[in-house]
Design a protein around this ligand. Sequence first.
Ligand SMILES: Nc1ncnc2c1ncn2[C@@H]1O[C@H](COP(=O)(O)OP(=O)(O)OP(=O)(O)O)[C@@H](O)[C@H]1O
Length: 262
Amino acid sequence: MVDGLGLKAENLVWPQQEGAVVKGISLALEEGEMLGIIGPNGAGKSSLVKLLAGVNQPAHGSVTLGGRISTEYGRREWARHLGYLAQNAPVAWPVTVERVVTLGRLPHQSIHSRLSDKDRQAVLWAMQAANVTALRHRVADQLSGGEQVRVMLARLLAGEPAIILADEPVAALDPAHQLEIMQLLANHARDVGPVAVVLHDLNLALRYCKRLALVVEGRLLMVAETKEVLTSSVLADAYQLDISLLDTKAGEVVICHQRVAR
Ligand SMILES: Nc1ncnc2c1ncn2[C@@H]1O[C@H](COP(=O)(O)OP(=O)(O)OP(=O)(O)O)[C@@H](O)[C@H]1O
């Protein structure tokens, strides 16, 4: 990570002050953490992550990486530090999975350079990490939705970014692959650099994220330790949900929820 200083957003407003979707959010990713971003549909989570990722520029406020404002970075340099996985990112190209994953090396290559051994190793490692090696010769746009998410994650990992921003990466995955990808992201946070992940599954948030940022109507309602956010009163406010935390025999805590009676 650049200077070990991480990613910091201050007072982000988007798309403009009038009718803003993101209404003045400040947030910093801490070293070694996997931050969960939660909140109801339409709250502004994806819009926030696109601002953090530099996909959209704020009307007000700033994003800094290692103390430098995001707009001072060239696109390749930025992409070497920060990997962004968009929500429902479709694989739009009728090329092999291996080719798609290899595109993840672009930030490390000059325009006409050939693949180096390091590039090839990174691609093989990324395919293995995202569990798509068996799919490597398949045509990417013919894969299932869940397989495509894993391919796009492999493409991101091949770029070896320090920071990962992932927008609902597990929404289309079966339970086993959900756990696999969440563990992969948690390992990245522990060993490489911070991860911010948008989640709707509160049980996954509880299990994998030490801190949660709760976004409601374009504002950061709360950013705190996961167990402080996942309480009955906070979730009743944010989602109109009645929740119970249940201790299982295996020692894990599970969230059960139902709509608050109107
Ligand atoms: N380019 C845009 N211009 C104006 N409004 C937008 C734009 N993109 C999204 N919105 C609106 O901003 C609001 C927040 O959308 P966003 O996708 O950020 O929410 P979200 O919290 O990620 O939702 P979900 O959980 O449903 O994915 C929505 O009302 C959406 O219609």
